[in-house]
Design a binder for this molecule. Structure first.
Ligand SMILES: Cc1cc2nc3c(=O)[nH]c(=O)nc-3n(C[C@H](O)[C@H](O)[C@H](O)COP(=O)(O)OP(=O)(O)OC[C@H]3O[C@@H](n4cnc5c(N)ncnc54)[C@H](O)[C@@H]3O)c2cc1C
Length: 368
């Protein structure tokens, strides 16, 4: 069987590893000159977003033999709104590294691979279709799916981030919802060592936001972050992504082409998480090629998750700074504190977000 994988990122490499485990040797094409050849980035996964799975890393290892080592477990998420600070405490997820770092998730996956990767590839999709029986599109965005008329784009985002130096605890992450400074968006700080972290802002490209000056947004937020952390964070690297597409394919397979990772629509519009689902689509597409299970059936829950996450996005956008303040303030309320920590922990399989969905839908309808 001749299989081409276009893109050696999280989904493409997970697909390749799973194919190899089932004795299919794929040909992998990567446009960059090595795996993870981009800015170093601290990313995170939260157990509450992957329910009923409790612990994503344990699940990948035990169910699919894919082993990934995080930088640290998240033991505290500090949540900031315009006027309040709250926190969620306990083992709630993982922090990991992406990009140009020997322990980035993509580099860890590459080490589990036997096949060689064809780097600096200039192969176009059409060429691959002619030369291979199956093509797996894993290029990390919906561009090909859009071209093939197989994609529903729900929003695009502007993202600006920096690597900052300071004193950090690698088990503590921060997130900000402050619409006065970042309208309808959010920001986060994820440390990937005790000395380095990523500070990032992200907001949707709605007409009112496009008019805004990103330098002003960034400068205002940077001051807020420095004050909140009590540090004069030193910026050592910067990146900016414009029109980052969030959407989903209509069909996960067309003819002999499989759409996986962000090409499928794994990036959740609610809060921008996509790693875990990307890895799953890689594994699932390989399962289909190996005749173990059908890709279309396996990705059904991912379609559902995506649509639920879109409800969450609209819900967040319908809030204002006052309501955000009220929610954040209550994170540490004596009455709810323990309950919130418990439902967010990776020791429970409670599907809290699913249960809160009807409320979010109702609220969105009211706001309409
Ligand atoms: C700034 C930022 C922060 C994020 N933070 C988080 C987070 O904290 N938690 C989380 O879960 N998710 C996060 N995500 C989302 C997550 O990173 C993605 O969902 C995930 O990486 C998608 O995996 P993928 O395999 O689709 O793409 P990638 O892992 O990006 O891999 C795509 C690969 O394809 C290659 N490629 C592209 N075009 C071609 C071509 N024409 N030919 C050959 N190769 C090609 C690329 O070079 C790359 O190596 C974040 C995303 C961004 C942008």
């Amino acid at each position: 069987m001749k299989v081409a994988i276009m893109g050696a990122g999280l989904s493409g490499l997970s697909c390749a590893i799973t194919l190899e485990k089932n004795n299919i040797i794929p040909t992998i094409f990567e446009k960059r000159n090595c795996v993870g050849d981009r800015f170093v980035n601290g990313e995170a996964t939260f157990s509450i977003l992957n329910r009923p799975i409790k612990n994503d890393l344990k699940y990948l290892e035990e169910s699919y033999g894919i082993s990934l080592k995080a930088t640290d477990m998240i033991k505290k998420l500090v949540v900031h709104s315009k006027n309040e600070i709250g926190s969620i405490d306990g083992p709630i997820g993982y922090i990991n590294i992406r990009g140009r770092h020997e322990n980035s998730y993509e580099c860890q996956l590459e080490r589990q691979l036997k096949s060689k990767i064809n780097f600096n590839s200039t192969y176009e999709y059409g060429q691959l279709c002619k030369e291979f029986e199956y093509v797996i599109l894993a290029t990390g965005d919906g561009a090909y799916a859009v071209k093939l008329g197989n994609y529903r784009c729900d929003l695009t985002c502007t993202i600006r981030g920096a690597t900052v130096e300071g004193e950090f605890q690698t088990s503590i992450a921060h997130v900000w919802f402050n619409y006065d400074v970042i309208p309808k968006g959010y920001a986060w700080l994820i440390p990937f060592s005790e000395k380095e972290a990523n500070l990032v802002i992200a907001y949707p490209d709605y007409p009112n936001n496009i008019k805004l000056d990103i330098d002003t947004i960034w400068d205002n937020f940077y001051d807020i972050a420095c004050t909140a952390l009590g540090e004069n964070l030193k910026i050592t690297d910067k990146f900016e992504i414009t029109q980052y597409i969030m959407g989903i394919c209509d069909k996960p397979i067309i003819d002999n082409t499989y759409f996986i990772g962000n090409c499928f629509g794994t990036i959740s519009p609610g809060l921008g998480f996509g790693q875990f689902a990307s890895i799953l689509t890689g594994i699932y597409s390989a399962y289909d090629l190996c005749n173990l299970e059908k890709y279309e059936s396996l990705v059904k829950p991912l379609f559902k998750n995506y649509n639920n996450s879109l409800v969450l996005r609209r819900f967040l956008e319908n809030l204002n700074d006052n309501s955000l303040d009220t929610i954040i303030k209550n994170l540490d309320n004596k009455l709810f504190d323990e309950l919130i920590n418990k439902v967010c922990s990776n020791t429970t399989e409670l599907e809290v977000l699913k249960n809160l969905l009807p409320f979010a839908k109702f609220y969105n309808t009211l706001k309409k």
